[in-house]
Design a protein around this ligand. Structure first.
Ligand code: MN
Length: 661
């Protein structure tokens, strides 16, 4: 720099030549590549076999922690990957001996989508610790920390790290307003510090946090709590890199990043540019860029396996978040739902309804599962409300929320809507104010009972307890009691190259759609691939490695919700192309009033039998749509003359569910 004309004047020259800055407060880094990275980009489909080979090199980087488990991993591993979820941390710990392994824990929801009983929550956390998890990033969708009480105990008892986490939320485009202001967040942090939090995490799951809001928030937190502050944001809106930098200036202790191949889009800022940005500052990471490059190279190499799951829009940011604070995952859910109901033109009405519905529900943060509950209720209101009556179709989950089954909402709910929602509610019409899990019966005895002769240990029992249907199916695969379907088997890079070739051909119109053969030719080991072609999702059967691609069939299958999921985190992606149960086939008897499905969905159960007498407004059956359960009411009083569907059956809008006469 001696001969530079900038010598002695530029900041760079000063940093390099004159007074090297003392690194007195290096920023610590949490790496998310092994969990949130692929959850955000590839619907959590990352396989253990693609993580293990690079783990030892990741260890050399010097991360404060690596998030490797929790969130949606438990669900997708046993459901889509035929992997024992417990095996991953156990294997990784062999290579990541010094690096602390972190999991994302949904408080009393554990790694599922409902509150589990205390006995199960305790057992789950104990087993997570036994299998190698050391840091528990624990959050609740409502920021009701009573939902942490049970899981904290085993974490603290075993000396593990409890990271109290808030679900960052806004009611205005920027931080502030009556609900989510600095006072609210500082109050949360103090509360969590008092509960024994070892650190505090701002979990900005939708990429909403603006850089200067991050700055003032971190400043306020540093002034008011002693525990380290950790910032987790998503790149979704494009602000996260800026937000991280401003938070670092404000003194944040730890930030989350991914290796560059699995960074950006709805994932996270990349680590490499951050390392360079902080070099020669007092917050220098001290990381070796060459070591990072070595790790990134590995992910670049294996990424073709996952590319088909990547959103391929030109824009890598989602300005929807900036425009209306609706993250991509939630938005595509709403669009999907509207399309299925034949009401795609109502999206703007839904945008108008959303803030109202959210306000009625106590301004809950929008994260799984509240984002779905609020979003689908808004859709229901737009489609079914009349000028005389609001909240005509209230989902069971909305009712649960109004009852208090998820916990306290950040501000009180609308009492009128609450009263309506709780009319005839099975647990009682008066809302419940206690800790949600208080009213749940122990679950473990039944889990043991149900898995007798199948489960070999408590980890198996917990897989079942968490996800009874798919959990049991996985245990059957694991112990050879059911054949493992080809679509859950790992694919090699060669498989993927072949698949990419097929996609190319399909796009060029060179593949002719044929009816799928019922039985594959004997001896030919066929493999099934799921491929996207121009937004449509196809299932393609090809012959095993070694032979020329033998296309036995291309069958359009239901578009996976998974592709759009990432931005707001975990959503249980649907099972791969299950055989659809038959549509109603019985012919409705003549006469009487038809009860038609008001929306497409799946029949959960009927509340009545043929021959029963019903009054207008009585619940006839429960229909699930977009994971929300809706009570379908009798349109008239009379006798149930005919029931036309059965449990687990899929129905379209307008299908006749029952005849009442
Ligand atoms: Mn996240």
């Amino acid at each position: 720099m001696k001969n530079s004309h900038l010598h002695g004047t530029s900041l760079t020259a000063k940093l390099l030549d004159e007074s090297p800055v003392k690194v007195d407060n290096p920023i610590k880094i949490g790496d998310l590549t092994f969990r949130d990275g692929h959850q955000s980009l590839f619907a959590t489909r990352g396989r253990t076999e693609d993580l293990l080979p690079i783990a030892e090199e990741m260890e050399k980087v010097g991360y404060w922690c690596m998030e490797v488990w929790g969130g949606a991993t438990f669900d997708t591993m046993h459901r889509f990957l035929n992997e024992d979820p417990w095996e991953r941390p156990r294997q990784l710990k062999k290579y990541l001996k010094k690096t602390k392994l972190m999991m994302l824990l949904r408080g009393q929801n554990l790694v599922g989508y409902r509150n589990y009983a205390d006995d199960m929550a305790t057992a789950f956390v104990e087993r997570a610790i036994a299998n190698g998890i050391e840091i528990f990033r624990t959050f609740d969708a409502l920021n009701d920390f009573r939902n942490f009480e049970t899981v904290i105990k085993p974490i603290k008892k075993s000396g593990m790290h409890f990271q109290g986490t808030i679900s960052y939320s806004l009611t205005e485009p920027r931080m502030g307003g009556a609900v989510y202001n600095l006072d609210y967040w500082v109050k949360c942090a103090k509360q969590l510090e008092d509960m024994g939090s070892d650190s505090f995490c701002i979990k900005d799951m939708a990429g909403l946090i603006a850089p200067y809001d991050a700055y003032y928030l971190v400043k306020a937190l540093k002034e008011n709590v002693k525990i380290p502050i950790h910032l987790h944001s998503h790149f979704t809106s494009g602000m996260a890199d800026l937000a991280l930098l401003k938070a670092i200036e404000a003194g944040v202790d730890i930030v989350d990043t991914c290796l560059s191949p699995w960074a950006f889009r709805s994932s996270h800022p990349a680590i490499e540019p951050l390392v360079m940005a902080l070099r020669h500052t007092n917050r220098d990471t001290g990381f070796d860029l060459h070591q990072l490059a070595k790790c990134s190279e590995w992910f670049e190499k294996i990424s073709p396996k996952y590319r088909y799951l990547l959103d391929d829009r030109m824009s890598i940011i989602d300005i929807g978040v900036l425009l209306h604070q609706t993250p991509g995952g939630m938005l595509s859910n709403l669009i999907n739902q509207l399309r299925e109901m034949g009401a795609s033109d109502r999206l703007n009405d839904v945008f108008r309804a959303l803030p109202e519905v959210r306000k009625d529900m106590g301004q809950v943060p929008l994260v799984t599962p509240t984002s779905q509950i609020v979003g689908i209720q808004a859709v229901n209101n737009v489609l079914f409300d009349t000028p005389e009556e609001r909240y005509k179709m209230i989902s069971a989950q909305t009712k649960d929320l109004f009852f208090g089954l998820y916990g306290h909402t950040p501000v009180p709910v609308n009492p009128e809507v609450q009263k309506k929602a709780l009319k005839g509610y099975p647990r009682g019409e008066a809302p419940f104010a206690g800790r949600p899990a208080e009213i749940l019966e122990p679950e473990m005895p039944k889990n043991y009972e149900d898995t007798k002769g199948l489960a070999k240990d408590i980890d198996d029992v917990l897989i079942y307890g968490m996800y009874p249907m798919t959990g049991k199916r996985f245990l059957n695969w694991k112990y050879g009691k059911e054949p493992v379907p080809p679509e859950v088997l790992p694919k090699t890079l060669e498989d993927c190259a072949r698949e990419a070739e097929l996609v190319k051909k399909a796009k060029a119109g060179l593949l002719v759609e044929k009816p799928k053969k019922e039985v594959p030719p004997k001896g030919a080991e066929s493999r099934q691939f799921k491929v996207f072609v121009d937004g449509d999702y196809f299932s393609v059967d090809v012959e095993a490695v070694g032979g020329a691609p033998l296309i036995t069939g291309i069958t359009p299958v239901a578009a996976p919700v998974a592709k759009a999921a990432p931005a707001i985190a975990p959503k249980p992606a649907p099972a791969p192309a299950p055989a659809a149960p038959p549509r109603p086939s019985a012919a409705p008897v003549a006469g009487g009033t038809k009860l038609e499905a008001p929306m497409p969905g799946m029949v959960i159960r009927y509340a009545v039998n043929e021959g029963d007498t019903v009054k207008e407004g009585d619940v006839v059956m429960i229909l699930e749509a977009m994971k929300m359960e809706n009570s379908i009411l009798a349109p008239v009083s009379g006798t149930v003359k005919q029931i036309l569907c059965q449990s687990a059956q899929s129905v379209q809008k307008g299908d006749v569910l029952a005849i009442i006469g």
